[in-house]
Design a binder for this molecule. Structure first.
Ligand code: HEC
Length: 384
């Protein structure tokens, strides 16, 4: 079996290239729904952000989730009004308190300001520094999944606008009914739900949340007694059959990662990333093997990527496969229907098989980040 050496060395393999920061974005305005619009921070320091801003860091490699986790990830960056150059988080003067969330599908980390802590002050200048790990053993500092460090600290200055649009609100991680979420345009259409009145909020035909994509994208192979690799994603057409998902996926160790002496238990940070990984790790999309099985496949590659970026991503996917992702990419062809993480046709970005995005994150990852709790989609959502 490929990858039975997983769990041995903690050293970075020689062929692992360092991580590069592709882009740092921050909230500079709001869209017509008052959602944050984030633009790239100009390295020349000219960008003006809102005082409610969050920061999105996009990397070229898949990250070690623990290096950007809630516990140590905040120490992988410094946002400070003290403009002296800093080498490590220990030098960061009065850091703005930030909470990171990692989205492996985009290879992005969003750092949001923390409610109740001192935030960005309007009309003030700041420096954002993204840190490489201080040494081999440092838990914080950006690392790739195989341990390769960020190629170097990156520092960008920016200023905070004197005033915000009146609708600017503190930015919070996305929350909502990501399992059963419905396409609102579909719900408004009278013909969408056979025999149902328009705008029926329980209309099953309009569900486009994680339930829809797991069921229809993986159906035919992962259902019932003969489910491939024992992974049963048969939610039933009303998405109300939750036992298979709970019993075979959520919090369950992926069969393909079971190796080494701790193989029987799922681990959040094993000695070597990828060993004994849960299929779905509630709260932690970056530690969910099911996502990586999809990520190595064509449906996760953004067709709008320029050729050189697509080639770099293909090489990175090969590194995932050499390290711990075993077998075929999911869903393997031929599979119909199928779902895509990115629209295949720029003309129809809302194609029903394209996963919807919430605040820059695909709905499957957002559901996992929110705790991966499934619910009966044929029942009305509990009122908030
Ligand atoms: C055409 C059939 C087919 C479809 C469709 C399919 N799979 Fe699979 N899946 C398999 C087979 C066969 C295996 C075992 C061999 C392999 O991994 O290559 C597998 C294995 C897996 C595993 C590894 C499980 C473990 O415990 O290690 C995961 C995770 C997975 N599939 C997820 C998915 C997801 C998510 C989808 C939908 C997006 C999907 N698959 C769609 C056939 C399929």
């Amino acid at each position: 079996m490929a990858g039975c050496d997983v769990g041995e060395a903690t050293l970075q393999p020689i062929d692992a290239p360092p991580v590069q920061l592709i882009e740092a974005r921050a909230t500079t305005s709001l869209d017509q729904n008052y959602q944050p619009v984030r633009t790239a921070l100009d390295p020349a320091g000219t960008t003006e952000v809102l005082s409610t801003a969050s920061f999105v860091l996009k990397f070229d490699r898949f990250l070690l989730p623990s290096s950007v986790s809630a516990t140590v990830g905040a120490e992988s960056v410094c946002v400070s009004g003290d403009l002296a150059t800093v080498q490590t988080y220990a030098d960061c003067v009065n850091p703005i308190a930030l909470a990171p969330t990692y989205n492996p599908v985009q290879r992005e980390v969003i750092f949001r300001q923390i409610e109740g802590m001192p935030g960005l002050v309007p009309g003030t200048r700041y420096a954002l520094t993204v840190f490489k790990p201080a040494d081999e053993a440092a838990p914080s500092g950006i690392r790739a999944f195989d341990g390769a460090p960020l190629d170097g600290n990156t520092r960008i200055e920016f200023s905070v606008a004197a005033t915000n649009p009146p609708q600017a609100m503190p930015e919070r991680p996305p929350s909502g009914d990501f399992f059963c979420q419905r396409d609102l345009e579909c719900v408004m259409r009278t013909d969408a739900c056979q025999g149902d009145a328009p705008a029926d909020p329980t209309c099953i035909a309009c569900v486009r949340g994680a339930a829809y994509h797991l069921f229809y994208g993986c159906f035919g192979c992962h259902n019932g007694a003969s489910a491939a690799a024992g992974l049963d994603l048969n939610l039933g057409t009303a998405f109300n059959q939750l036992d298979p998902l709970l019993e075979t996926a959520i919090g369950r160790t992926a069969h393909q990662t079971q190796m080494g002496e701790k193989a029987h238990v799922g681990e959040a940070s094993p000695a070597r990333f990828g060993r004994a990984m849960p299929l779905i790790d509630p709260g932690n999309p970056g530690n969910s093997y099911l996502l990586y099985k999809i990520l190595i496949g064509q449906i996760a590659v953004d067709p709008s990527l320029p050729a050189d970026a697509a080639e770099k991503l293909r090489q990175e996917n090969e590194r995932l496969q050499a390290a711990f992702v075993v077998g075929m990419p999911m869903p393997p062809p031929p599979s119909n229907p199928i779902f895509w993480f990115h629209p295949q046709d720029p003309q129809t970005p809302d194609d029903q098989y394209t996963t919807p995005y919430v605040d820059g994150m695909d709905i499957l990852s957002a559901w996992i980040l929110n705790g991966a709790a499934p619910r009966d989609c044929s029942a009305p959502a509990a009122s908030p």
